[in-house]
Design a binder for this molecule. Structure first.
Ligand code: ZN
Length: 176
């Protein structure tokens, strides 16, 4: 993509500059429009990541997490989320999470995580759901650098999504 091309075809370039997911093994962006799917992996110590079926999945299964206290397989398939079938831009959208350790009656503490994109997720039961994906810039190239706010457990729990621009929620996302 050159500067000349961008000047000639600004809209067509923009339409191709949407969010993308890359395979954690071969680092190629998934081509969802050509029917590719991104299998969902869970990192043993961090968050989620994505991989092509076949050789990339085999390589991911061989990957080790060599760290004190671990020294084991880095990834496993997620028991709940099967694969991503598409992505959509989520500019201005944030996941709203509540701190669950706040005592009952105290003011609720909310956390707002900006979404990297929306993903069309196929779950293990075959259901399809649009859900937000959070990917910190700091962890963008690290294995397991993705988080699904709806999967967050422990000190925080997912409440809903909100848009800084006041747009209605994504039509296909789960009701709050
Ligand atoms: Zn791959």
């Amino acid at each position: 993509m050159t500067t000349d091309l961008m000047e000639l075809h600004p809209t067509s370039i923009l339409s191709h500059a949407g969010p993308e997911l890359r395979c954690v093994i071969c680092r190629t962006a998934f081509e969802f429009r050509r029917g590719e799917a991104a299998l969902v992996l869970r990192h043993v110590a961090y968050g989620y990541d994505f991989v092509h079926d076949g050789a990339c999945l085999a390589a991911a299964n061989e990957a080790l997490f060599v760290e004190p206290g671990y020294d084991c397989a880095a990834f496993c398939r997620d028991p709940e989320r099967r694969r991503v079938l598409g992505v959509e831009a989520a500019e201005g959208w944030m996941a709203v999470l509540a701190n669950t350790s706040v005592p009952v009656g105290a003011a609720q503490q909310l956390r707002f995580d900006p979404l990297h994109c929306w993903v069309l997720m196929e779950h293990q039961d075959g259901s399809l759901l649009m859900e937000g994906l959070v990917r910190d810039e700091e962890w963008i190239d690290e294995p397991g650098g993705c988080e699904f706010p709806e999967a967050v457990r422990g000190q925080h729990t997912h409440l809903t999504y909100t848009s800084a621009t006041g747009r209605p929620r994504h039509p296909n996302s789960r009701a709050a």
